[in-house]
Design a protein around this ligand. Sequence first.
Ligand code: AMP
Ligand code: MG
Length: 410
Amino acid sequence: MLPAAEAEAKILALVSSPTEAEQVPLGDALGRILAQAISSPLDFPHWDNSAMDGYAVRYADVQGARAEAPVALALTETIPAGRSPTRPVGPGQAARILTGSMLPDGADTIVIQEVTQREGNRVLVLEAPTPKQFVRHQGSFCRAGDSLMGSGLRIGGPELAVLASAQCVEVPVFPQPRVAILSTGDELVTPETALRPGQIVDSNQYALAALVRQAGAIPVPLGIVADQPEALRAAIQSALARANVIVSSGGVSVGDYDYVDKILAELGATLHIRSVAVKPGKPLTVATIPAQRGVEPIYFGLPGNPVSALVTFWRFVVPALRKRSGLDGGWAPTFLPATTRHALKAGGQRETYLWGRLSTTPSGYEFELASGGHNSGNLINLAGTNALAIVPVGTTLIAAGEPVQVMSVG
Ligand code: AMP
Ligand code: MG
């Protein structure tokens, strides 16, 4: 049984980052990973402009202005945002200017309107500005050709703002990983089916497809596979034709009907991991399958128990998907220091993950254990889970009020 951190490192070493890129329209780029560095086509700001509503002046004219000795300037024009100035500001002149408007030639300083007094076609300046005040100079934020963003960044609202400003209307992104999802088990039926004795609903198919999507990948749900070697072989082969990550649940324990590892071996796969020292989730198969062409597919055989399947997906599959999606780092889960509101119990043999909710309090993060049973077969108290508290190997109790490390899964 491999410790969790070693399993994670091994999995990340098996997964390669993408190399190809595709173009998507700016409006479809949310959540995608940038595949190339983006450089600015323009200077930012594009031209000298005003940071305030006021008057564009020549500093030399107004450096001596005081309330008792105002300087009167003749107004040339009003420059609203979005229009170019039509004439320069000469000595003894000023232009009315609004925030964001282009600075007219000749002017070098903005006097804010609060320290002026308007008199028809003249403005009285009542206070001396500092030289160049409230002028945003062309190129002072960035120069044309400067790098705006590096490759490997996930595109969110702030990145979209930068891309839009740079008029990057076709965005180079990495292709999303396609993840085939198989549910193995003779007892499984779809949620629409009336249950007969002994049957249970295939909830993993839905849960795993959701987590795949949340990880920025494309789920390819392939349904329920019977516990028969032939059916499993056919299902894995069909998954290989459609995806380069395969996630199955069930059939990886040592039961009489657990065929996953055997079929993988028959298909020429290399089995890198067969069990990990975590609870829930001990049986976990990670294999790579020789590729016909392109990237080598990776196979995750998760345990069937719904909670085990989720925990192992969050802990081990999400980092792999992050790397395969092209993120330039930050593949590992987010671990946070919290205080537990309830006592956390564990067997002490394996790293134990208990599910619940993380919230922020004035003194930091607090973990609230989901009420009810914490065994891997019970999915009924999963709703609302946004974090897993981790009880390390060798610890059997973390008392209420004590610190605990928590993995964020929200
Ligand atoms: P297995 O790992 O195949 O031995 O399955 C362990 C337990 O998880 C069994 O009680 C199954 O009924 C349950 N289980 C397996 N697959 C699923 C699934 N897709 N959805 C919900 N429960 C499942
Ligand atoms: Mg099974």
